[in-house]
Design a protein around this ligand. Structure first.
Ligand SMILES: Nc1ncnc2c1ncn2[C@@H]1O[C@H](COP(=O)(O)OP(=O)(O)OP(=O)(O)O)[C@@H](O)[C@H]1O
Ligand SMILES: [Mg+2]
Length: 224
């Protein structure tokens, strides 16, 4: 199977007073195209740090990350921003929606930034919201939406530029169990119907099903 993402020998440390705290210790992983990879482990294991590094939001001290065979750390600023805005999508734990904007405007924004015109961006955004069951909520602002609805808007926003790979940091972490279950079903459906690739960091082992790809982290090391 083709790997859309390959990370090799990733290391990351933070200063902690006079000492260096090693948060990721020689992590290597592969993400097969069209699949869901779960990064699981207890709180503080390094899941978010690893996710940020492989998504290009943060840089490792050592190691390489290739997406579609490209090492974006070696790309210039503009090319790198374009890659991050178009080739990857990111879903944050706390949604990070812009509160002054409606759902559809939030979803349109990455498309507008990419240079898509208003009409097309809007059509795309409305289509995605419709698909995610939010057709009737498109003109609500975030505070008028439930937690699960806000997370679905965040998913739509991550998908609007049709990225090959979508990263999600605790996508259900801020939701009750039932709503969290709905979100994970939405992600599974997107993955199987559109062969989208997802990388999900979570401390909730219940999200993982038989046959999923898993990387288990404990204290910054892969244990499985
Ligand atoms: N900017 C930073 N400066 C110093 N230490 C940091 C920084 N960011 C993270 N850490 C440390 O790195 C370790 C891993 O953090 P990370 O957020 O990756 O864990 P996590 O597995 O995502 O945990 P959680 O399940 O609680 O979200 C933690 O011990 C944390 O204290
Ligand atoms: Mg985390």
């Amino acid at each position: 199977m083709n790997n859309i993402l390959v990370a090799r020998n990733i290391e990351k440390s933070y200063e902690s007073g006079p000492k260096l705290l090693r948060v990721l210790d020689n992590i290597s992983l592969e993400v097969p195209e069209g699949r869901i990879l779960f990064i699981v482990g207890p709180s503080g294991a390094g899941k978010s740090t690893l996710l940020h590094i492989i998504a290009g939001i943060d840089t490792p001290d050592k190691g390489d990350v290739m997406i579609n065979g490209l090492d974006y750390r070696k790309l210039g600023g503009r090319k790198k921003s374009r890659l991050i805005n178009s080739d990857i999508g990111f879903i944050f734990q706390f949604f990070h929606l812009l509160s002054e904007f409606t759902a559809v405007e939030n979803v349109m924004l990455p498309a507008l930034i990419r240079g898509e015109n208003r009409k097309k961006s809007r059509e795309k955004a409305l289509g995605l919201l419709e698909n995610l069951g939010l057709g009737k909520r498109a003109f609500h602002k975030p505070f008028q939406l439930s937690g699960g609805e806000q997370q679905r808007v965040a998913i739509a926003r991550a998908l609007v530029n049709e990225p090959g790979i979508v990263f999600a940091d605790e996508p259900t972490g801020n939701l009750d169990k039932e709503t969290g279950g709905e979100i994970i079903s939405v992600i599974r459906k997107l993955s199987s119907e559109n062969s989208k690739t997802f990388v999900i960091a979570t401390h909730d082992y219940n999200l993982v099903s038989e046959g999923d790809n898993i990387v288990k982290l404990v204290d910054g090391r892969v244990v499985k």
